[in-house]
Ligand binder design. Structure first.
Ligand SMILES: Cc1cc2nc3c(=O)[nH]c(=O)nc-3n(C[C@H](O)[C@H](O)[C@H](O)COP(=O)(O)OP(=O)(O)OC[C@H]3O[C@@H](n4cnc5c(N)ncnc54)[C@H](O)[C@@H]3O)c2cc1C
Length: 296
């Protein structure tokens, strides 16, 4: 299929891009890496009247340690940073190992060379890795629109199936990931039918242990089991103040599979199979994160 006719605009600054989006309203769409938008247009599931190409806006690129607005002294990643740059970044590996571990699971190298972090977060595919990772890491997303800049806690950003808190005349400008507390380990796991396919189920685990090995904070976030990234609250609460014994880890997998998620059935997997994957992957990811925390 070919896309429906559209007008193409290539602004030379973020503010100019926002002016075009504001003038065109719902008829305009930012074009980042094009790896989700162009296929959707080719299938005519999206028919924007205007594409606002933000590919050359260097002010949206880059990875800065201690960047952002200084509120968290975290790791700041510009929206137009490519998946492949995140995958290869030593700073990301050091400051956000969960993000580094998730990157090779996203699609294929060719797609990672074009796809961008901001594009993935704005698209909010429930099977995408990056929204789940940002939720697990308690990230803040930076947005800019005609009224200026604002930041949104990532837990408030994904509002439903392919839906976000982003207004049609706003751009994602970046994301800020707070530093991990001492004694924290992380792990990412997923299962897909073939390497590069979207995940049937994926799990992010973040575990903080005190000096005695007791869990002071656990975050379990799943992808591909709901309308967006899903926080496994029951399992997280049950892990707090416990030693992560094999029983505790198994109980967490059980709570995730039976209480915290209500996965869809589709042509790729039944709901029951997704629950079983969530059960097994949660226990494995939690165990790995706990061992990494103990060695951290
Ligand atoms: C074969 C294939 C396999 C894939 N597999 C996976 C996978 O396993 N996991 C995964 O997560 N993804 C996967 N993807 C999607 C890929 O990661 C995309 O790159 C990503 O989802 C979108 O990024 P993009 O930069 O290409 O955005 P685009 O396609 O350019 O844009 C996507 C949407 O976000 C909007 N947008 C883009 N940037 C901004 C911004 N800065 N501010 C506001 N709105 C913006 C656009 O208007 C559009 O609505 C796959 C894609 C393909 C083609």
């Amino acid at each position: 299929m070919k896309p429906a006719p559209f007008r193409y605009v290539r602004p030379s600054s973020v503010d100019e891009a926002i002016s075009v989006l504001a003038a065109e309203g719902y008829g305009a769409k930012p074009l980042a890496g094009g790896q989700s938008l162009i296929p959707t247009m080719n299938f005519r599931l999206a028919q924007p009247a205007v594409l606002v190409d933000i590919d050359r806006l260097d002010e949206l690129r880059g990875i800065r340690d201690g960047g952002g607005d200084g509120a968290t002294n975290g790791l700041y990643i510009g929206a137009m940073t490519r998946h492949s740059e995140l995958e290869r970044s030593a700073v990301v590996r050091d400051r956000a190992p969960l993000l580094a571990e998730a990157m090779p699971w996203i699609a294929h190298p060719q797609i990672r060379n074009r796809g961008t972090m901001g594009g993935s977060l704005a698209h909010a595919d429930p099977a995408a890795e990056l929204p789940a990772v940002m939720l697990a890491l308690d990230a803040r997303i930076h947005l800019r629109g005609p009224a200026g800049d604002r930041t949104v806690q990532f837990c408030d950003f994904c509002t439903g199936f392919f839906s976000t808190a982003l207004a049609p005349d706003e751009l994602v400008t970046g994301v800020e990931i707070p530093p991990l507390p001492a004694g924290t380990g992380t792990a990412f796991l997923e299962i897909s039918r073939r390497q590069g396919d979207f995940a049937l189920v994926g799990v992010c685990a973040v575990v903080t242990l005190d000096a005695g090995g007791v869990c002071t904070r656990a975050s379990l976030t799943l992808l591909s089991v709901g309308d967006g990234p899903v926080c496994a609250k029951t399992a997280e609460d049950a892990l707090r103040d416990r030693t992560l014994t094999p029983d505790a880890v198994r109980d967490a997998g059980e709570a995730v599979a039976t209480i915290d998620i209500d996965p869809p059935a589709d042509i790729h997997a039944s709901a029951a199979y997704r629950r079983q994957l969530a059960r097994v992957l949660t226990a494995r990811a939690l165990d790995t994160a706990a061992r990494r925390a103990a060695g951290a």
